[in-house]
Write a protein that binds this ligand. Structure first.
Ligand code: ADP
Length: 183
């Protein structure tokens, strides 16, 4: 089962991904976490993407797709995976579909977590994880990048009939109950 967990920054993708991987025994791939860990470890990739993450812009499709391709070649991804923060552009979605088709698999569902913008800003500012992109300016830029570049991905998967819309407001467990019901 390959599930895309989709939604704006602050929608709760990371939190719900953790619950999903435990409940459904799936692997978890978060491109954001992979980039942050590369930055922390000062790898060549980390050095390359640090200023991009700080600004809230997107890492290039080529870099992201290569990273995901390399990572998903590992055995742990064979039973299926929750993709969190990927694909984030229509170009990434197209490459992703091709990547999966070569392995005779495909996307099974896209879960779209819906949360209003004021709530997103409030959540990110209060989560206090010390992320260098979690400033008010950083968040506002990420939200606009989301609207311009990422939201069209919904339409792309809508055409394949894979989009499941979930209300992302409420307690963590209530949101997860909604996800379990539709999967
Ligand atoms: P958030 O959902 O809060 O924006 P993420 O951890 O998903 O956080 O991503 C953090 C940053 O990592 C993004 O702002 C972007 O710079 C980079 N990034 C993560 N995933 C991708 C992706 N699929 N394509 C391009 N850039 C990405």
């Amino acid at each position: 089962m390959n599930i895309i967990l989709f939604g704006p920054p602050g929608a709760g993708k990371g939190t719900q991904a953790e619950l999903m991987i435990n409940h459904f025994s799936l692997a978890h791939l978060s491109t954001g976490n992979m980039f942050r860990s590369a930055i922390q470890n000062k790898t060549p990739l980390g050095v390359k993407v640090k200023s991009i993450l700080d600004s809230g812009e997107l890492v290039s499709d080529e870099v992201v797709v290569d990273l995901v391709q390399e990572e998903t070649a590992k055995d742990i991804y064979r039973k299926g995976c929750v993709f969190d923060g990927f694909p984030r552009t229509v170009g990434q979605a197209q490459s992703f579909d091709e990547m999966l088709a070569k392995k005779n698999t495909s996307v099974d569902a896209l879960i779209s977590l819906v949360v209003p913008e004021e709530e997103l800003i409030k959540r990110i500012l209060s989560r206090g994880q010390g992320r260098s992109d979690d400033t008010r300016e950083g968040i506002i830029n990420r939200l606009s990048v989301y609207q311009n570049e990422t939201e069209p991905v919904l339409n792309y998967y809508e055409k394949q009939g894979l989009v499941k819309v979930i209300d992302g407001i409420g307690a963590v467990d209530s949101v997860f109950d909604r996800i379990k019901k539709i999967l």
